[in-house]
Design a protein around this ligand. Structure first.
Ligand code: WQD
Length: 320
C-alpha cells in the first residue's frame, strides 16, 4: 500500500509522513512547495513537486507510483487571508480537491483522508463540540473545508471510495526541531516571536465570557495528530466503504492566558502579557469532544501542552 501525501512538505504533512514511515507504511509526497519545504521530506521518500490543480500530473504520479491511498493536506490555511482572497481559497482548496478526487476515482484508489478543521464549526455555542454540532463556518477558509468535506463524502458514496474527514483543533509542537512550524500565524509562535523581541506577548481580548476572560482552545500535539492520520488510514484500508468525520483534539480547554503563562515558565521568560483589542471573528471557546475517535479508532492524545511548548520552542530557537 502506497500513500500519496499531498502537502507532505508542510508542517503537519511532514509529521504525517514521518508517522506513516514509523508505522511501516510507504509514502510519496506531492507538494507545490509554495509553503512546504523540500528538506522536511525524509530521504527515501519520493517528492513530486506539483499543484493539486494539475490533474494530468496527479494522474501520472498516482499511476507511476502505484498509489493506493491518499492523505490530502495540501491547502491554503490562513483564516485572515481567506477573507481577503476568497476566490484564491476556493480555487486552491475546493477546485484543488475536486481535481485530486477526479484523478483518485479514475485510478481506482481505495482510500482518501481529508484534512479538515475545527473552523467548520465557526462560533460553537457548546462546552464540547461534537461532530454533530452544527457547522456554521465564519470565514472563507472554514467554508472551503466544509464544502471539501461534502465533496469527499459525496464522492465516497457515489464511487465506493473509503473516506474520512479529520477536523483538527489547535495544532502545536514538533517531533523534531527540523519539522517545527515556520509560520508565525498561531498563538504559540506569535508568543515566541514577541519574547524573542523582548516584547510582551499579546492577549487578544480579556473580556470574553470565560473563566479568566481570555479565549479557550483545545491544543493538540502535532505528533498525536499525525498518529491519528495513521489510525484513520488503516481503518479505511481495512474497511472498504468507510465514511468517517472525526474531531482531533484532547477535550481539554486551555485559555490564552494559561498558554502564555506556560510558555513564559517553560522558556524562562518573565514578561507579563499585555491585553490588546479582541481579534475580530474569534470565538470565546472551541473545545473538542474527542469521544468519537476514541470509540471508532481507539485513538487518544498522548501529549499535553508542556510537550507542545517545549518541542515548538526547540524548533524556534534552532532556526534563529
Ligand atoms: C488562538 C487564540 C487568539 C495570538 C485558527 C483557525 C483554525 C486553525 C488554527 C487552520 C485566539 C489568541 C493569538 C496572539 C492571542 N487554522 N491569540 N495572542 O484562531 O483558534 O484557530 O488557527 O488550519 O481554523 O481559526 O488559533 O492560534 O490564531 O489563536 O491572544 O498573539 O489565541 O485570539 O483566541 P485560532 P490561533
Amino acid at each position: 500500500m502506497t500513500w500519496l501525501i499531498t502537502g507532505g512538505a508542510g508542517y503537519i504533512g511532514a509529521h504525517v509522513v514521518r508517522a506513516m514511515l514509523d508505522a511501516g507504511e510507504e509514502a510519496v509526497v506531492y507538494d507545490d512547495l509554495s509553503t512546504g519545504i523540500a528538506e522536511r521530506v525524509p530521504e527515501g521518500v519520493p517528492l513530486e513537486i506539483g499543484s493539486t490543480l494539475d490533474g494530468e500530473r496527479l494522474a501520472r504520479v498516482i499511476g507511476d507510483r502505484g498509489v493506493t491511498g491518499v492523505v490530502h493536506l495540501a491547502a491554503k490555511k490562513q483564516v485572515g487571508e481567506s477573507v481577503e482572497l476568497p476566490l484564491h481559497y476556493y480555487r486552491e482548496n475546493v477546485e484543488g480537491l475536486r481535481t485530486l478526487l477526479s484523478a483518485v476515482t479514475d485510478a481506482g484508489v481505495a482510500s482518501f483522508v481529508f484534512s479538515s478543521s475545527a473552523a467548520v464549526y465557526g462560533m460553537p455555542d457548546v462546552a464540547l463540540v461534537t461532530e454533530d454540532t452544527p457547522c456554521l463556518p465564519m470565514s472563507p477558509y472554514g467554508e472551503t473545508k466544509l464544502v471539501g468535506e461534502w465533496l469527499v463524502r459525496a464522492t465516497g458514496r457515489a464511487t465506493g471510495l473509503s473516506t474520512a474527514s479529520l477536523r483538527y483543533f489547535n495544532v502545536a509542537g514538533a517531533a523534531t526541531p527540523e519539522l517545527a512550524d515556520t509560520g508565525v500565524f498561531n498563538l504559540v509562535p506569535m508568543v515566541f516571536e514577541k519574547l524573542s523581541e523582548n516584547a510582551p506577548p499579546r492577549v487578544f481580548g480579556a473580556d470574553y465570557p470565560t473563566p479568566d476572560g481570555t479565549c479557550v482552545r483545545d491544543y493538540i500535539h502535532v505528533v498525536d495528530l499525525a498518529e491519528a492520520h495513521v489510525a484513520t488510514a488503516r481503518r479505511l484500508r481495512e474497511t472498504p466503504g468507510t465514511d468517517l468525520t472525526l474531531n482531533i483534539g484532547r477535550g481539554d480547554g486551555v485559555s490564552v492566558r494559561e498558554m502564555i503563562d506556560r510558555v513564559n515558565a517553560l522558556t524562562g521568560h518573565t514578561l507579563p502579557p499585555v491585553v490588546v483589542d479582541r481579534r475580530p471573528g474569534d470565538p470565546a471557546r472551541v473545545v473538542a469532544s474527542a469521544d468519537r475517535i476514541a470509540t471508532e479508532l481507539g485513538w487518544r492524545a498522548r501529549y499535553g501542552v508542556e510537550d507542545m511548548i517545549t518541542s515548538a520552542w526547540a524548533g524556534w530557537t534552532k532556526r534563529r
